[in-house]
Design a protein around this ligand. Structure first.
Ligand code: GLY
Length: 351
């Protein structure tokens, strides 16, 4: 299956079992013969798939090298990108050469950021190996690193030249990572497609579910490449989800789990405001539970609301939240931050 993302520079997404071994031939259609390719990966993913990627690139006449950093969010910082940039310079990469981001969201975000900075921008290929990276972060050109003050605070928009998704690699995902990714998968159903929501509920074929998620992301990115409008629908459940992650100090509660709790809360809030079809929160809660994701969190509400205060998507005192009209139909809703807090205090006390 293939999709084309029509951003300023269009690019292809290929979703196919075993396509990891086609990396070289796919790149041969995009980059000059003999170009240098730097494969950026982490210490968990590179031992699994690094050799296959290097071999595929070599077989197509490229000169690959590899930069491997310690796996984990703790690596997602400027110093790692600094080392990456130094490596690219030592290898003598030019603007005719390219990077390959082989791994999950941390790898894609950092390699993409390095590609945006190096020589003021070189091209890169996303080869996402986690469910979260496949359905979300590898598509759309958001790249970033964390700062001590918060997650993803330094970054750039830099679209990849190609996204190669091999569903087979998901088979090696530890169960926790699989469950984590399902939070974002369910989100796509909530904001754009009741049919997708049903397919997840009926455990439909993963390849088709992946395709539907990525296709929704494609549409939103095409409509709003710079994230000023429709693309923000992807933040459903994230305002409270990010706050919960922060309250948990980014340990214990995974991103997908936090977003899941956030989605139930926002659906419940929408219902209480009379804007969301009654019963929606219950349906989301049941699907999350079926996917072994939490639907409730016992953190004190005031701590969660305090953590909402630094919301990049807000404009001044206003907060733009995502609500659902019904399953499959999300919309943006702007309200004063204090009003949002008041509604949360009134309607979102733990059950
Ligand atoms: N991860 C949300 C976005 O790409 O806009």
């Amino acid at each position: 299956m293939e999709l084309t993302v029509h951003t300023e520079t269009p690019y292809k997404i290929r979703i196919e079992r075993g396509c990891l071994d086609q990396l070289g031939t796919e790149c041969a259609a995009l980059f000059p013969p003999g170009a240098r390719a730097a494969v950026i990966s982490d210490s968990q993913v590179f031992p699994l798939y690094g050799d296959r990627c290097l071999a595929s690139l070599e077989a197509s006449g490229f000169s690959p090298s590899s930069f491997v950093f310690p796996a984990g969010e703790a690596s997602k910082q400027l110093s790692t990108v600094g080392e990456m940039l130094g490596f690219l310079a030592e290898q003598g990469l030019t603007r005719s050469d390219f990077l390959v981001a082989l791994g999950g969201g941390v790898t894609g975000d950092m390699a993409g950021f390095a590609a945006a900075c190096y020589l003021r921008g070189i091209r890169f290929v996303q080869v996402p190996t986690s469910l979260l990276a496949q359905v979300d972060s590898s598509v759309g050109g958001k790249t970033a690193v964390d700062l001590p003050q918060g997650k993803n605070l330094a970054g750039a928009f830099h679209q990849p030249a190609l996204v190669l998704m091999d569903p087979d690699v998901l088979d090696t995902l530890p169960p926790l990572f699989w469950v984590d990714g399902m939070g974002e998968v369910i989100k796509y159903g909530c904001i754009r497609s009741r049919a997708l929501f049903q397919a997840i509920r009926q455990s439909g074929p993963m390849e088709s579910i992946l395709y539907q998620c990525v296709n929704i992301k494609r549409q939103l990115v095409e409509a709003d490449e710079r994230d000023n409008g429709q693309r923000m629908l992807l933040n459903f459940g994230h305002t409270l989800g990010h706050a919960l992650e922060k309250v948990h100090c980014y340990t214990g509660l995974t991103h997908g789990a936090a977003v899941g709790v956030g989605m139930v809360k926002m659906a419940a809030l929408g219902e209480a405001m009379g804007l969301t079809e009654p019963g929606t929160a219950g349906e989301i809660r049941r699907l999350l539970q079926a996917c072994r994701l939490p639907t409730e969190d016992t953190s004190p509400l005031e701590e969660v609301l305090a953590a909402v205060t630094l919301d990049k998507k807000g404009t001044g005192e206003k907060l733009r939240i995502v609500l659902l009209r019904r399953l499959g139909e999300g919309f943006l809703y702007t309200l004063p931050r204090e009003e949002f807090f008041r509604l949360c205090r009134q309607h979102l006390l733990p059950e």
